[in-house]
Design a binder for this molecule. Structure first.
Ligand code: NAD
Length: 290
């Protein structure tokens, strides 16, 4: 396939490299002028997409996605598929889907889970929204860049799945960290706490697979001085998207709202910026009930 790839950042660059390695012709564009192995650099976004069968975008947010869509959709060939892998608000995903369909294009919103390691290793999970035809056309590319793709429903369903998952993740990370900090103050050994909770009803991915306590459970960013991993500011971005969606859909999400407020405080007023999102544990350790 001829593929246009817009947004060659931490995630986009390795994803584009994997497509090129698999034998596809990839024309890439990034405003920062990034060069990627095997990917031909285009001078503009429209040049990157003009003769593409599939175009992939991997951009920072919904506003940038909408601006890029305005540029590239008129330049794409009818019948081509536009696959947005960025994490953006559901409303932007649906707006771009409509614009693409009006121009005779297929569209899939396909945010990912798996982070930079998953992008480099080709082991991402894609959560996809769009028509059956659009998903079928994108599926062989998902197979190269990832290990799993779930077709979640119509356009926007991929973003909806992503932010619901990450709202649970943010809330459970906070719950796991505050429970460890309470256990410390009650004199409970952290390893014993892990041994009990990881095999009891309090178990979760954040406890069992990504334990925020250093030296306890499997290797995680806590064992590397909380170097991300998944940065607290990216968690905050996803939590804000969950609250934007909840407002738009009139859904009551008190725990998501509380988690958003706490990560906002952590990133903006404390020392959370640039640290892994599990660094909530040392934050709680330092605090008292007040
Ligand atoms: P990044 O900031 O490293 O990359 C974004 C790239 O887009 C940059 O290289 C930037 O120069 C480029 N860009 C910005 N505006 C552009 C424009 N108008 N035209 C062309 N290029 C433009 O971010 P990232 O970590 O690669 O994340 C990309 C997306 O993936 C985000 O939506 C993020 O939320 C999501 N995501 C990231 C991770 C992660 O661990 N990094 C995990 C899952 C999902």
């Amino acid at each position: 396939m001829q593929i246009g790839f817009i947004g060659l950042g931490n995630m986009g660059a390795p994803m584009a490299a994997n497509l090129a390695k698999a034998g596809h012709q990839v024309l890439g564009f990034d405003t920062a002028g990034v060069a990627v192995d095997g990917v031909t650099q285009a001078g503009t976004a429209t040049e990157a997409v003009a003769s593409a069968d599939a175009v992939i975008t991997m951009l920072p947010n919904g506003a940038i996605l909408r601006a890029v869509a305005d540029q590239i959709i008129p330049a794409m060939a009818k019948g081509a598929v536009l696959i947005d892998c960025s994490t953006v608000d559901v409303d932007s995903a649906r707006a771009v889907a409509e614009q693409a369909s009006g121009a005779g294009l297929l569209f899939v919103d396909a945010p990912v889970s798996g982070g930079v390691g998953g992008a480099a290793g080709g082991t991402l999970t894609f959560m996809a929204g769009g028509s059956d035809d659009a998903f079928a056309k994108a599926a062989p590319l998902f197979d190269i860049m990832g290990q799993k793709a779930v077709h979640c429903g119509e356009a926007g369903a991929g973003q909806a799945a992503k932010i619901c998952n990450n709202m649970i993740l943010g809330v459970t990370m906070i719950a796991t960290c505050e429970a460890f900090a309470l256990a410390d103050k009650l004199g409970l050994d952290r390893q014993k706490m892990f041994d009990v909770v990881s095999t009891s009803s309090g178990y979760s991915w954040t406890m069992n697979a990504y334990c925020p306590a250093p030296g306890v459970g499997p290797q995680s960013p806590a064992d590397n001085d909380y170097t991300p991993g998944f940065a607290a500011e990216l968690m905050l971005k996803d939590l804000r998207l969950s609250q934007q969606a909840a407002t738009s859909a009139d859904a009551d999400t008190p725990m998501g709202q509380a988690a958003t407020a706490l990560y906002e405080q952590f990133v903006e007023n404390e020392d959370g910026l640039g640290r892994d999102f599990s660094a909530m544990l040392p934050r709680f350790e330092k605090r008292r009930r007040s």
